[in-house]
Ligand binder design. Structure first.
Ligand code: AMP
Length: 223
């Protein structure tokens, strides 16, 4: 198994890029944000515990998140596919637990780290035009301006499952500001951790078209 970690602020394109890798290269996407939203929407016991954190734009506990990811990875181990970790790990503790999991239970797993970098002003602009599919099993991300490749073919309708498109509750400006603060708080320590562990952290500027970003990341992970 190959694991591809996208480290980047909300709105840096983790979800959209992951979708392209799924569609074009057959990768599997594991988005912790989508998993969390699904739990909240279905009001599972985990969903009830994390609802507040999701709504306020702060992080869910490392223990809960790592538990979800570990279960998923163990169930899908053995597949020779590339798995994109979209939004995980977000903290050094999550990265440490991921490293332990790989060392102890997934020894053949290769890890690629991609840092998606963007100025906060670009993020705020992107998130103000972001919509997602309301179907919890889909959650495809769209934009209503700037980028034809990410616009739905029919306004407000998901191209993939025909459900309605909605705004994410946590894409409101106040919450985005909090999420960016949280992201910047953890970003450098996470990068330092991976670098210290001997992994190459590949820096990718995302202030470009999604096609250009896709090609650059593809060249980094397929060699
Ligand atoms: P995202 O869709 O990646 O922007 O995540 C939305 C929200 O889900 C975040 O603001 C957190 O509350 C929660 N979340 C997603 N991934 C993680 C993670 N790796 N660690 C902690 N909280 C997370």
């Amino acid at each position: 198994m190959q694991l591809i970690v996208f480290i980047g602020p909300p709105g840096s394109g983790k979800g959209s890029l992951s979708k392209l890798f799924v569609q074009r290269l057959g990768c599997i996407q594991l988005s912790t944000g989508s998993l969390c939203r699904k739990h909240v929407a279905e009001m599972t016991p985990i969903g009830r515990q994390i609802d507040f954190f999701m709504k306020s734009g702060t992080l869910v506990s490392d223990e809960l998140i790592v538990g979800m990811v570990a279960d998923w990875l163990k169930q899908n181990n053995g597949s020779d596919k590339r798995v994109i970790l979209d939004g995980f790990p977000r903290t050094v503790e999550q990265a440490r637990l991921l490293r332990d999991l790989i060392q102890n239970e997934l020894p053949d797993c290769l890890l690629h780290i991609i840092q998606l970098a963007a100025a906060d002003s670009l993020i705020l602009q992107r998130l103000s035009s972001r919509y997602i599919c309301e179907n919890n099993d889909c959650q495809t991300v769209y934009t209503v301006k700037q980028c034809p490749a990410l616009m739905p073919k029919i306004p407000n309708v998901c191209d993939l499952c025909q459900s309605n498109l909605i705004r994410r509750f946590d894409d409101r400006v106040e919450t985005v500001t909090e999420r960016l603060k949280t992201y910047h708080w953890y970003e450098q320590s996470l990068i330092d951790f991976f670098t210290h562990m001997g992994y190459q952290v590949n820096y990718v500027d995302v202030d470009r078209s999604i096609e250009m970003i896709f090609n650059e990341v593809k060249d980094l992970i397929i060699n």
